[in-house]
Design a protein around this ligand. Structure first.
Ligand code: C2E
Ligand code: MG
Ligand code: MG
Ligand code: MG
Length: 296
């Protein structure tokens, strides 16, 4: 609701590419070239606190436009980068760039969420790399959220638990991405130090309609809310596209929303402009309980 009109003023600069079939060998060498020549950018998608309407932070999403191949979506190139062993380097770039860019935003309380691949997570030096990125950028650890996926968590559970604990000790928050689409989620939730759950957009899509699918999705959301509250975890719904979905999520007690209803992923300058015109300003850091909303 807050974002519906405003979002239209800001178009997505790094628009998703039409699906192209690029042979993975071609893509692999293009990826190496682009790591060298800096063809990558980050785009920032707002996250909104549903009860107060505060814009609380952004997810940094990787964008790649190769001079010859054109724009390629993360779903196309990240699997190739993983297989080619390029993800540690690319992920490191994302982490460092996101930490730097978010310190230039006008609001000093916004959080930034960074996606972490399973290869990064199992790297024994990962938490010291995070510490380094924080100190080089001057970003307070409370403002950094690391998004991990369920598959990333089960690869090497013992080691991963240690890494997550090290990250927590730094003051960084951990979010479980695409929740509900992986395996063994319920057990890992209780046994791993997780601060936020992102409900996959598959469970958001049908919300707010008068259909059986909507009722089923709502039941899953409501169960997630109960679970998140019991475990003291924040719940964020991804892929919020309509006011009806937003309303259903808010009424179910979901804490946060992210999706095209508010805005697509925006380049840094546009994100900052967007945030500054947002009606309800965030006046303190997350995850301190939502600061009272102040209408501006
Ligand atoms: P994700 O982390 O679940 O990110 C959310 C994806 O949903 C993004 O796609 C975003 O643009 C898209 N999205 C956001 N709102 C909506 C909406 O309302 N409707 C719909 N239909 N889609 C929405 P994107 O940017 O194409 O990224 C896809 C995936 O690629 C991400 O899924 C994440 O798993 C991965 N990814 C992106 N950037 C990075 C990165 O820097 N590192 C790693 N390891 N993975 C990344
Ligand atoms: Mg994510
Ligand atoms: Mg996600
Ligand atoms: Mg997803």
């Amino acid at each position: 609701l807050y974002g519906a009109k405003r979002a239209q003023q800001f178009s997505e600069v790094y628009a998703p590419a039409p699906p192209a079939r690029i042979p993975s060998v071609t893509m692999e060498s293009a990826l190496r070239e682009s790591l060298r020549d800096r063809h990558f950018r980050l785009a920032y998608q707002p996250q909104v606190h549903l009860a107060t309407g505060q814009l609380v932070g952004a997810e940094a999403l990787l964008r790649w436009t190769h001079p010859v191949l054109g724009p390629v979506t993360p779903d196309q190139f990240i699997p190739v980068a993983e297989l080619a062993g390029l993800m540690p380097r690319l992920g490191e770039w994302v982490l460092r760039t996101a930490c730097h860019e978010v310190t230039r935003f006008s609001n000093p309380h916004l959080s930034v969420s960074v996606n972490v691949s399973s290869r990064q997570l199992s790297d024994p030096t990962f938490s010291s790399r995070v510490r380094q990125a924080l100190s080089d950028s001057g970003l307070r650890p409370q403002r950094l959220v690391l998004e991990v996926t369920e598959s990333g968590l089960i690869d090497n559970p013992t080691r991963v638990r240690e890494v997550l604990q090290e990250l927590r000790d730094l003051g960084v928050r951990v979010s479980m991405d695409d929740f509900g689409t992986g395996y063994s989620s319920l057990f890992s939730l209780r046994s791993l130090p997780v601060d936020e759950l992102k409900i996959d957009r598959a469970f958001v899509r049908d919300l707010g309609q008068d259909t059986q699918a909507a009722r089923e999705s709502l039941a899953i959301v409501m169960a997630s809310v109960l679970m998140a509250r019991a475990l003291d975890i924040e719940l964020l719904a991804e892929g919020v596209e309509t006011p009806e979905q937003e309303r259903a999520l808010r009424e179910a007690g979901c804490d946060l929303g992210q999706g095209w209803l508010y805005a697509r992923a925006l380049e840094p300058a546009d994100f900052d402009a967007f945030e500054q015109t947002w009606p309800v300003r965030l006046l303190g850091d997350r995850p301190a309980t939502p600061v009272p909303a102040v209408a501006t």
